[in-house]
Design a protein around this ligand. Structure first.
Ligand code: SF4
Length: 349
């Protein structure tokens, strides 16, 4: 087995490690190693993206979901969840105000709500694209059929985010009810890629039953699948789920993994997630310093923000979008980066 320094060197020069080497590198977490990885990741990111940070306007369209993922605060069996759904007009109004604030990507995210049929989504996507032709539309609406993904792509959707959650079938089974399958998740990701979307995957850091072995599988999956985006954030328990008493994931380890992912695939778009900002008050800044280059401020109406609570104590649920953007601009500038008005596509060779 290589020494940690040699593993870091190998990762930085080849973008690849064996699965057991990833596991070793995760096990060898230390502040000193985090610092080394961060310096290398920062340099790679600057070669491609300079000090630019892309913003995505997040519109949380519905917290109604037919699924029952064990870790999720809006799972269908949570009777305490106050359900809502935005109307197409409300979604379009969020996009309009986001455009004024400088957003050039809108992310429609929601539970798997049967209201959002292909017809409904097609008409919203087409309307956003006709009002704002210079913007990208990203969907994060869960598992759908290949035909559905194709229709939404044909309607103008550019990107799709679907966290793979874990690249271990066994671990997947411990985080989801029996009716959900690892195979279907992977089928969706392959289908999205084949159709031509820019595809985002991702996972939680520190989820129940996860060890460095599972995280190593996630890293190997990212190395092989080469997603255009990857969202990772610490697991944060939600009080109304069976995982309520589980320990939260670590912001430090999340940043460590962000640096590793930047080194695996230097061009990848990596968000400093809201979960990271929730786990640590300076989490988003630390994420950016570790190699992230995207943030996703919330454009949802303030009246519904608190209701889209996948985990406890989510930040930024009280401010208007304009306040959020100004706050983030200040925070990002203070650490030497700048938010740009740009679609923020992946920069390929
Ligand atoms: S994680 Fe997504 S699919 Fe699962 S219950 Fe929550 S919103 Fe639904």
């Amino acid at each position: 087995m290589l020494r940690t320094d040699e593993l870091i060197q190998k990762l930085s020069s080849t973008g690849s490690l064996e699965e057991n080497e990833y596991a070793q590198l995760i096990k060898d977490y230390s502040e000193a190693n985090a610092e080394k990885l961060k310096t290398l990741a920062d340099a790679k990111r600057r070669e491609i993206y300079g000090n630019e940070i892309f913003i995505r306007g997040l519109i949380e369209v519905s917290n109604i979901c037919r699924n029952d993922c064990i870790y999720c605060g809006i799972r269908r069996s949570n009777r305490n969840c106050d359900r809502y759904r935005l109307t197409p007009e409300e979604i379009l109004a969020c996009a309009n105000s986001g455009y004024e604030l400088g957003f050039r990507t809108f992310v429609m995210q929601g539970g798997e709500d049967p209201f959002f049929t292909d017809e409904v989504l097609e008409s919203i996507i087409k309307e956003i694209k006709s009002r704002h032709p210079d913007c990208a539309v990203t969907l994060s609406m869960g598992e759908r059929s290949d035909e559905s993904y194709q229709r939404l792509f044909d309607a103008g959707a550019d990107r799709y985010l679907l966290r793979h959650e874990t690249a271990s079938k066994e671990h997947y089974g411990k985080l989801h009810p029996q009716e959900m399958s690892y195979e279907n998740r992977m089928r969706c990701l392959r289908s999205l890629r084949r159709i031509g979307y820019q595809v985002g995957c991702g996972f939680m850091v520190g989820s129940p039953y996860q060890t460095e072995i599972e995280m190593a599988k996630d890293l190997k999956f990212i190395e092989e699948f080469r997603p255009d985006m990857c969202g990772i954030g610490p697991f944060i328990p939600h009080k109304d789920t069976p995982f309520r008493d589980e320990e939260a994931g670590s912001a430090e380890l999340t940043c460590y993994l962000l640096s590793i992912i930047r080194l695996i695939y230097p061009r990848i778009l990596l968000p400093a997630t809201t979960a990271l900002g929730t786990a640590d008050g300076m989490g988003r800044e630390k994420g950016i310093l570790a190699g992230a280059n995207v943030i996703m401020p919330n454009l949802s109406p303030v009246s519904v923000r608190k209701k889209y609570e996948l985990y406890d104590n989510k930040i930024c649920t009280g401010e208007e979008a304009a306040e959020c953007v100004n706050c983030l601009k200040g925070r990002i500038t203070r650490i030497g980066f700048k938010i740009v008005t740009d679609r923020g596509d992946i920069r390929k060779e």
